[in-house]
Design a protein around this ligand. Structure first.
Ligand code: ZN
Length: 195
């Protein structure tokens, strides 16, 4: 049976995981919390990362952290993208092609009949993904935070934290955005990998 100090250590270690519970992000638009319970952001994606993710080009993402984060949400992103593409395809076939084909004879060729739905589907899939990516990421902000911290980066802005000393409460303060993260979470092994 664990003694009191072991229990309290374990609870302290677990506290950061539960600190940013899902209700604190998403629907109400309220911010995600750092390990001191202060509001913080979800580390933003660059335009380049967004573009690569929108098209599922995982291998070109800049680092393991970015790829691991994508892995957390990949299936949802695929569903969102494909749903948008399906809407685009239906609109192209049943609205756009008949409308344009009636006005421009050249658009009645097989090439355009293939090209217009394809382009419309890709454009709709990408646009819908782009609209929802922020919301999807906020909804799993605590899990994204763990991925960033494991790779040694601030979960709020992406700044490299590994060489920084913790403060008295065991939190490392990000010099870039002032978010505070418990030192044991930074660069830590994924618990699911260790077992
Ligand atoms: Zn930061």
């Amino acid at each position: 049976m664990p003694n009191a100090s072991e229990r309290s250590t374990r609870q302290q270690a677990k506290a950061p995981e539960s600190a940013g519970s899902l209700e604190l992000v998403t629907v109400s638009g309220r911010p995600h919390l750092d390990d001191r319970g202060e509001p913080c952001a979800v580390a933003p994606l660059s335009q380049g990362q967004k573009t690569l993710r929108a098209f599922g080009i995982v291998g070109a993402l800049p680092d393991d952290g970015a790829r691991a984060e994508y892995g957390l949400n990949q299936w949802r992103e695929n569903v969102v993208w494909l749903s948008g593409a399906a809407v685009g395809l239906v609109l192209a076939i049943f609205v756009l092609l008949p409308f344009l084909g009636a006005r421009f004879a050249v658009l009645q060729s097989v090439v355009f009949k293939m090209l217009i739905p394809s382009v419309t589907a890709i454009a709709f899939g990408t646009a819908v993904w782009w609209v929802f990516i922020g919301r999807m990421r906020r909804s799993i902000a605590p899990r994204i935070a763990s991925v960033y911290l494991r790779s040694g980066q601030c979960a709020s802005c992406g700044y490299a934290l590994e060489s920084l000393e913790p403060e008295a409460d065991g939190c490392v303060l990000c010099p870039e955005c002032n978010a505070a993260w418990r030192q044991e979470r930074i660069g830590a092994e994924d618990p699911s990998d260790a077992q």
